[in-house]
Design a protein around this ligand. Structure first.
Ligand code: SF4
Length: 186
């Protein structure tokens, strides 16, 4: 039985999507340097179609995607839940963060719009690292599958430019404020 420990609404795990990310427990991958070791335990609530529907109904007005974070112990169940999600909630995208380097051959990926593959290797870094071993694949409208891992590095660069620009604007405002106060005092 697939179980999930918790969930969150996230903005960066799946590019250009607002995602309900469901953290599935009982992870078999044991990646050295794992930041979510609590997910190694078989903890949480059962995640079946009813529970998935309940979560989605609660948040569907604000999300564009649902991501199954883990589930490598029961990949066939994850694939089935993705199928149910796409059938029951038209327009919502389905994503899967697998910690495996490859999915088992018998698993259907037809119902996923995004699949992230690859173990976490601390010295290679996560998806936004230039040396990462992980890959994010996206199914395009014409059915082709494209490697979009590069998007994470571009988004990271844009974020750091945005942060620098916000800092320099804040510095400008402070300088102007000081000048205005100086004029007023004079
Ligand atoms: S797949 Fe994720 S949760 Fe599982 S061991 Fe690796 S980093 Fe940790």
């Amino acid at each position: 039985m697939l179980k999930y420990a918790n969930f969150d609404i996230v903005f960066q795990e799946v590019p250009e999507e607002v995602t309900l990310a469901i953290n599935i427990s009982n992870c078999p991958n044991r990646c050295p340097g794992c930041h979510s070791k609590y997910l190694w335990e078989n903890i949480g609530k059962p995640l079946d179609t009813n529970e998935l529907n309940r979560l989605v109904e609660q948040y569907k007005s604000g999300i564009t995607c649902v991501c199954f974070m883990g589930g490598d112990n029961e990949p066939d169940t994850v694939a089935e839940l993705a199928k149910q999600l796409k059938n029951n909630h038209k327009g919502l995208k389905a994503a899967w963060y697998s910690g495996k380097n490859e999915l088992p051959e018998n698993i259907s990926t037809d119902h996923f719009d995004y699949i992230k593959l690859g173990r976490y290797v601390a010295n290679l870094g996560p998806l936004d690292s230039a040396t990462t071993n992980q890959r994010m694949m996206k199914r395009l409208a014409d059915g082709r599958v494209k490697d979009i891992t590069e998007w994470f590095r571009k988004n990271k660069k844009l974020e750091s430019v945005g942060a620098e620009s916000a800092l320099s604007s804040a510095a400008d405002v402070t300088a102007q404020t000081i000048q205005t106060e100086a004029v007023a005092i004079a």
